[in-house]
Design a protein around this ligand. Structure first.
Ligand SMILES: [Zn+2]
Length: 178
C-alpha cells in the first residue's frame, strides 16, 4: 500500500458528483454490444440520458430492438461496468418511446461496424422499408463495391441481413435500417 492509495472498500463509499459524469460516459464507451463486440452502447446511441440524482447515476436506456434478448445482457453489462468504476447502484430507466432507430448510431459506430465487416445501415430511418420501396444500396464493407446482392433477409441475427459482394465475392452482414 502506498500512502493515499484507495483501499477497495473505500471506493463505493465515495459520493458521486456531477463532475464525474464525463467519467461515467467514458466507462459507457467501454461497454460493448454483446452481438457486435466492436460497437459500444454509446456508439449505438442507446444511452439517451445520463444525469446525477441524489448521489446516484440515473441512465435512460432505449433498447435497440424491443424484445431483443440482448437488452437484458446490455443493461446488466452497463450496471456492472459502472459499479466496477465506483458508481454505486446506478439507476437504469428503460424508455421505449421514441423507439430506437439506426439513425442514432454515431459516425464512429458506423466506422467500427465497417471495420468489423458489417455494412452499416444506409440512409435514414425506416420509412422507406415500411413503404416497401426500393431496397437500400448496400456497399461491401470489405472492398467498398456497390455491386452487392441480398442472399437472405436474416444474417447472423434477426437484426441483420446477409449480403454478398459480386466483386470480391465475400458474404457479409448488413445492419438493417430501423
Ligand atoms: Zn467486396
Amino acid at each position: 500500500m502506498q500512502p493515499g492509495e484507495l483501499i477497495s472498500s473505500d471506493r463505493g463509499a465515495r459520493q458521486v458528483q456531477p463532475v464525474d459524469l464525463p467519467r461515467a460516459w467514458a466507462v459507457l464507451e467501454q461497454v460493448m454490444d454483446p452481438e457486435v463486440p466492436v460497437v459500444s452502447v454509446v456508439d449505438l446511441g442507446i444511452v439517451r440520458d445520463l444525469t446525477w440524482e441524489a448521489g446516484h447515476l440515473h441512465l435512460v436506456v432505449t433498447p435497440t430492438y424491443s424484445g431483443c434478448p440482448a437488452t437484458e445482457v446490455i443493461e446488466g453489462d452497463i450496471r456492472q461496468a459502472l459499479e466496477g468504476a465506483g458508481f454505486a447502484a446506478p439507476r437504469l430507466e428503460r424508455r421505449l418511446t421514441p423507439a430506437w432507430s439506426t439513425d442514432w448510431i454515431t459516425e464512429q459506430g458506423r466506422e467500427r461496424l465497417r471495420a468489423y465487416g458489417i455494412a452499416p445501415p444506409e440512409g435514414s430511418g425506416s420509412k422507406r422499408s415500411l413503404l416497401g420501396g426500393e431496397p437500400p444500396q448496400v456497399c461491401c464493407p470489405l472492398c467498398g463495391s456497390a455491386h452487392t446482392e441480398l442472399l437472405s433477409q436474416f444474417g447472423s441475427t434477426a437484426c441483420k441481413a446477409l449480403y454478398r459482394c459480386r466483386d470480391c465475392l465475400e458474404p457479409f452482414d448488413y445492419f438493417k435500417c430501423l
